[in-house]
Ligand binder design. Structure first.
Ligand code: FE2
Ligand code: FE2
Length: 183
């Protein structure tokens, strides 16, 4: 069953695009300009919620099956599972820093930059490892029943474009994406 792999790949591309958007704002921050904090917050918040709710649980289930099919995958898979937790922690840390800026609480620029840079490096590296190292093995080794188990790990993900709650919560993000179509 290749559909879940195709879906993951599409999601990885979308996640990478959001991380690039985040990076443009971080560059503005680094130059001493005022970035769009609401957009930065929306991106991290969206990735955190969507990742934890839909993307990561299915990967976790599929990766566990992959280790059963090929024990040599244990080390890279364990690393990825750990990264899911690290990314969640880095997201929370970053959201906290961004929240302090929004609330006008004194927070040092260095703290914000460090939290943001750590988050970006971790997330990009994680996506690249999954694409390069793990997904090709999963495509070769996992069987229909493995994919069914992964699929069953979470309910169907909502389509963000038709989800009213999403539109309200991530207004800034949707606006920005509409103004900056995919190249
Ligand atoms: Fe992942
Ligand atoms: Fe992933």
């Amino acid at each position: 069953m290749a559909t879940l792999l195709d879906q993951w790949h599409a999601e990885h591309v979308a996640f990478a695009r959001l991380l690039d958007l985040f990076d443009t704002q971080l560059a503005a921050f680094h130059e001493g300009e005022r970035p769009n904090y609401e957009l930065m917050t929306d991106i991290v918040d969206y990735l955190r919620r969507y990742g934890d709710r839909f993307h990561h649980p299915r990967e976790d289930a599929a990766f566990a099956r992959l280790v059963e099919r090929d024990p040599e995958m244990r080390l890279p898979v364990n690393r990825l599972l750990q990264e899911h937790r690290v990314i969640a922690r880095a997201s929370d840390e970053l959201l906290e820093r961004l929240g302090e800026i929004a609330d006008d609480v004194m927070t040092s620029r260095a703290d914000v930059e460090m939290a943001a840079a750590t988050y970006l490096v971790y997330y990009r590296h994680h996506l690249a490892t999954e694409e390069r190292r793990v997904m090709p093995r999963a495509r070769d080794l996992l069987r229909d029943e493995d994919w069914a188990a992964a699929q069953a790990a979470t309910p169907e993900a909502p389509d963000p474009s038709s989800d009213a709650d999403f539109g309200e919560r991530y207004r800034e993000l949707l606006q920005y994406l509409a103004q900056h179509p995919k190249r």
